[in-house]
Every structure is written in structure tokens, then in C-alpha cells.
Design a protein. Structure first.
Length: 81
């Protein structure tokens, strides 16, 4: 499934989707950030029908965690006054 993410952190994210998944569903996520990808094993923790799911990252490699941290820092720098 391809979907939009929101509220991304080093611990998890929120995905926007009309077709939500049940809590405790295990997932493999692949993020496309700029020209790189990040993969994480995750679990659904919240469900808002026809809106989206809250996701916790369970396993993410140190290299991918660093890529995610850099991406988040870039976004914060771009959006700060």
C-alpha cells in the first residue's frame, strides 16, 4: 500500500489512509526520502477508521535511523522561523 505519512519521528509515524489496519498488525515500512529509502519493521498502535493509523517502529537499522534523523532535522530547519 502506498500512503502519505505525517508526524514522523524516530519512534514512529502516523499514516493517512482510508483503509485502516487493526492495532497490533505487524508491518514492513519503506520510506522514500529525497533520493534514499529507509526500511523499518513496525506495528500498528492506533486506528482511526477512514482517517489513518499510528505506527511504532520496532526494528530500524542504525544506518536508517541516522538517515531518518537527518531528514527530520532538515524538515525542522526548513520550517523554523
Amino acid at each position: 500500500m502506498r500512503t502519505a505519512t505525517d508526524e514522523v519521528s524516530l519512534c514512529g509515524c502516523y499514516i493517512e489512509t482510508m483503509f485502516t489496519m487493526e492495532p497490533r498488525t505487524k508491518l514492513t515500512l519503506v520510506f522514500s526520502l529525497a533520493e534514499q529509502t529507509i526500511q523499518a519493521q513496525a506495528v500498528v498502535v492506533t486506528r482511526y477508521p477512514q482517517v489513518g493509523n499510528g505506527i511504532d517502529f520496532v526494528v530500524i537499522s542504525p544506518e536508517d535511523r541516522l538517515k531518518m534523523a537527518r531528514h527530520i532535522a532538515t524538515l525542522l530547519a526548513e520550517n523554523s522561523p
